[in-house]
Design a protein around this ligand. Structure first.
Ligand code: PAF
Length: 297
């Protein structure tokens, strides 16, 4: 695996690959790689001639009181994991390489898709994600880009900007990878101490209970929220921030569940914010959930 820290060096290398007609798969990450990222890299390895991964903790997508400075960073360990997962080229630029002027005047402005769900609690987050992804898609002209369903709204936003801005790339959504107790893998799980880690698994369990309720006939978002809240009453150490039902494409909130929808939310365990989602499918419309999940390890 080769590592590049400048856009110019990476672009030169990739131009050579493309001249030879080789296909490129790209996995953008913020590092602190776990099995979820590895599953994206393996999928990219299986489907492309050349696999590129980026590691860049993007300041544009962190709010002023969020964890940008303490976000877990382990470039050496990440390089190891990426190489083992079959990555050919690792792009790990510094902030000054991605934002040479120290700031950026041009940002991707999103419509309502960036304002519901996570966007309501993290203003500017999706604009920051979309802006850096657009830059990365220019630096890494790929045939396919790989994103996890764990960040379902981010995946929907990426699909939307690719369609709206005519970016010539296929967006591949990959299943969430979960620990045996259901907790979705996330770089931020590193913040959880053993007690908090045990508490955290109540969140996916509550979402699974709500998914079962929908399969059994619950058709309203209010009913689904009630199931999640009732489940979490037993876990006072976990504070639910929101849980809602969303359209899987537009991420508009839905009051009725008809066909496929995404049940997504966020919860705090101590100072750690967890996000998670499951696909739900009502009796009306499609019966079989399309979102697949994978067990870690
Ligand atoms: O999901 C992430 O790790 C980040 O949001 C991404 C897509 C790499 C953009 O910074």
């Amino acid at each position: 695996m080769e590592t590049h820290i400048t856009k110019r060096a990476l672009a030169a290398h990739l131009a050579g690959e493309r001249r030879q007609g080789r296909t490129v798969g790209f996995v953008p990450t913020m590092g602190a790689l776990h099995e979820g990222h590895v599953s994206l890299m393996r999928r990219a390895r299986a489907e492309n001639d050349v696999v590129v991964a980026s590691i860049f903790v993007n300041p544009l997508q962190f709010g002023p009181t969020e964890d940008f400075t303490r976000y877990p960073r382990d470039l050496e360990g990440d390089a190891h994991r990426a190489a083992e997962a079959g990555v050919d080229l690792l792009f790990s630029p510094g902030v000054e390489e991605m934002y040479p002027a120290g700031t950026i005047a041009t940002r991707v402005e999103l419509g309502p898709i960036g304002e519901t769900g996570e966007g309501r609690w993290r203003p500017g987050f999706f604009s920051g994600v979309a802006t850096v992804c657009l830059k990365l898609f220019h630096v890494v002209p790929a045939d396919r880009v790989y994103f996890g369903q764990k960040d379902a709204q981010q995946l929907a936003v990426i699909r939307r900007i690719v369609a709206d801005l005519d970016i010539p790339v296929d967006v591949v959504g990959c299943p969430t990878v979960r620990e045996p107790d259901g907790l979705a893998l996330s770089s931020r799980n590193a913040y959880l101490d053993p007690q908090a880690r045990r508490t955290a698994s109540a969140f996916p369990r509550a979402l699974f209970a709500a998914r079962d309720a929908v399969a059994a006939g619950e058709g309203s978002a209010a009913g689904v929220r009630w199931v999640v809240e009732a489940h979490l009453e037993r876990e006072p150490a976990l504070r639910l921030q929101y849980v809602d039902v969303f359209d899987p494409v537009s991420f508009a909130p839905r009051e009725r569940i008809e066909g496929r929808a995404i049940l997504a939310g966020a919860a705090f365990v101590g100072g750690t914010r967890l996000i998670d989602n499951v696909e739900v499918a009502s009796q009306i419309g499609s019966h079989v959930p399309e979102q697949k999940e994978m067990a870690a390890g």
